[in-house]
Design a protein around this ligand. Structure first.
Ligand code: HEC
Length: 277
């Protein structure tokens, strides 16, 4: 059974909306709680200062979807990246960006990152989305020498490693934090905290919807922090590594978990600091 996370939540139960589409999920108390301005520790980092109300939740959702869009592109491009018969793969940061923009366009409900200035997203939100894309492209740039290596198969540029390197850069540069996590995690750095364990257990429930990208969000720490999680479910392309037979070593050197299509694969977890009222 799901137990409420350990976090100190000062809002009443009714203020917390779960499992509803993001646009309907913002109760007035949450709105009030997150209308405050976020304090900034580092000058010059993309601010969340004026990210108010429901926008903080929507922004967190978009960041999670953007990270997962990059992961999906990496998953789909594995045959190309790991092809030992070609040198130059033509998988430049710009090509990568183009594919991520397309993936994100579909999953975000029509938000075009290539024309971000025409959207209603706040300046801070735009900066965060741009910062995440820039971090992701940097990783692709840094990996060009190995990606374009001929006679080499597996390159270890997979969704999870790209995600880890990208989130590290992003989280160092901004006030928001992004993380990939799972109950049966491989990388100890991805171990879920108490809040994440509670939500991951809900995502693992067979009754939790596999379609529609139902996120979970909650304001915790007495209104000081907004947390959001986007569930991931195993698809065919994931099972090469995370599938069966359980215990066999996969191409990345880890033991396969024995998952089947549709199993909960973990989540992308977003943390955004908010100022308490
Ligand atoms: C080529 C093998 C491979 C494929 C394909 C793959 N993964 Fe992974 N996955 C890994 C490895 C290796 C790690 C640990 C990476 C690290 O050391 O940070 C990992 C980590 C993860 C994590 C982070 C939690 C953890 O275990 O550390 C999630 C979530 C995850 N994978 C989900 C997926 C999903 C969903 C897919 C399909 C879209 C997928 N993976 C495809 C190998 C793979």
């Amino acid at each position: 059974m799901y137990r409420r996370p350990l976090c100190r939540v000062s809002r009443s139960r009714s203020s917390i909306r779960r499992h509803a589409p993001a646009k309907y999920r913002v109760g007035w108390r949450i709105l009030a709680a997150i209308c405050g301005v976020v304090f900034l520790l580092g000058a010059g980092s993309p601010a969340i200062a004026e990210t108010i109300g429901g926008e903080a939740i929507e922004l967190a959702r978009l960041l999670a979807i953007l990270l997962d869009s990059g992961r999906v592109v990496l998953a789909e491009r594995q045959p190309l990246l790991n092809d030992p018969s070609t040198g130059d793969k033509g998988f430049s940061p710009v090509v990568f960006e183009g594919e991520v923009v397309q993936e994100f366009l579909q999953r975000s409900g029509g938000l075009d990152l290539a024309r971000l200035e025409t959207t209603k997203i706040s300046d801070q939100g735009k900066q965060l989305l741009r910062s995440l894309m820039a971090a992701g492209k940097e990783v692709i740039e840094e990996k060009q020498p190995i990606v374009n290596e001929k006679f080499l198969g597996y390159k270890n540029l997979i969704p999870a490693t790209w995600g880890t390197w990208t989130t590290k850069k992003f989280s160092q540069r901004t006030q928001a934090r992004l993380k990939q996590t799972a109950l049966d995690f491989r990388n100890p750095n991805n171990a879920p905290d108490a809040f994440e364990v509670g939500v991951l257990r809900q995502f693992a429930d067979p009754n939790y919807p596999r379609e529609g990208e139902r996120v979970f969000s909650e304001v915790v720490d007495g209104g000081r922090t907004m947390r959001l999680m986007l569930p991931l479910f195993h698809k065919k392309e994931c099972l090469v590594c995370h599938g069966v037979p359980k215990g066999d070593i996969d191409i990345s050197g880890y033991r396969k978990e024995g998952h089947v299509e549709g199993d909960s694969a973990g989540a992308i977890s977003v943390t955004i600091p908010l100022q308490p009222r």
